[in-house]
Design a protein around this ligand. Sequence first.
Ligand code: SER
Length: 332
Amino acid sequence: MATSRTSAATPSGDTILVIGAGGQLGLELTHELRQIYGASNVVAADVRAPKDAETAEAGPFELLDVLDKNRLEEVIRQYKPKQVYHLAALLSATAEKNPKFGWQLNMDGLFHVLDAAVDLGVQQVYWPSSIAVFGPDTPRQHTPQLTIMNPNTVYGISKLAGEQWCEWYFRKHGLDVRSLRYPGLIGYKSLPGGGTTDYAVDIYHKAVAGQAYECFLSEDTYLPMMYMSDALKATLDLMHAPADNIKVRSSYNLGAMSFSPQEITASIQRHYPEFQVSYQPDQRQQIADSWPASIDDTKARQDWGWQPQFTLDKMTDDMLLHLRQAVAVGVH
Ligand code: SER
């Protein structure tokens, strides 16, 4: 069913543009923003057209390759967004396979958005960073906001460079650009693509389908993770915080939980005791081994009141409930 196109306006009376609206985070964030600000005020843009008619009809959509700067400016001139959420990127595993393209998309895409925001008067930009900005030299437990970085993936290098550029645009141009270092994101509405943390979504789908799961990370690989509703809350809390509260203009550490494949399996087995998981680590293991196991997000808690809601078991209960419902209505 299409969402209303005539709901309340954004606080400023202007629109919001979401670039990469078809991705794992973009789908959910677009939906959430449309709930808050009204469908017609939130423009979804992606390099691919929406897959289903429902999404296509839910609000304005523009085909946009963020590498096409003229087209980006055309969309911004047309809708005059006050806020741009720029989410289009290649994730860690895919960028390792396509390093030059990963670098080009992740960096040029960001420059195009930052420059267009400055030139065309966009007031706020949101851009996601990642735990991938850390590397093998970084302290792995409770990784601090400021520490040794030295990322060793294309994705991580691009995110760390991007963070520094965001800070530079804030300093030089006064652009109100805000960013979070997301951990692995887990949700039931959308699938990740090409990331190292994707297993933690795939595993739930297999459990609900009654199938065994072959995990591409070893059973004791701890990574920072977060349920999608917490990620949406963090993003909106950050964007709604008074500008003076935002003391970090590169990107904030953001934590919620940390678990291993073995622990998520045990959490799922509370509902599906027969669920079986085997382990076949591939090249993504090396990426995971270079990342933190857990995150110290004190700065986010202090500056704008970050507080996650979901633990591993609470997330599992909610994921399984919704995925089962999706199976029951035949959309799984
Ligand atoms: N989830 C991302 C990845 O695995 C990390 O930001 O690539």
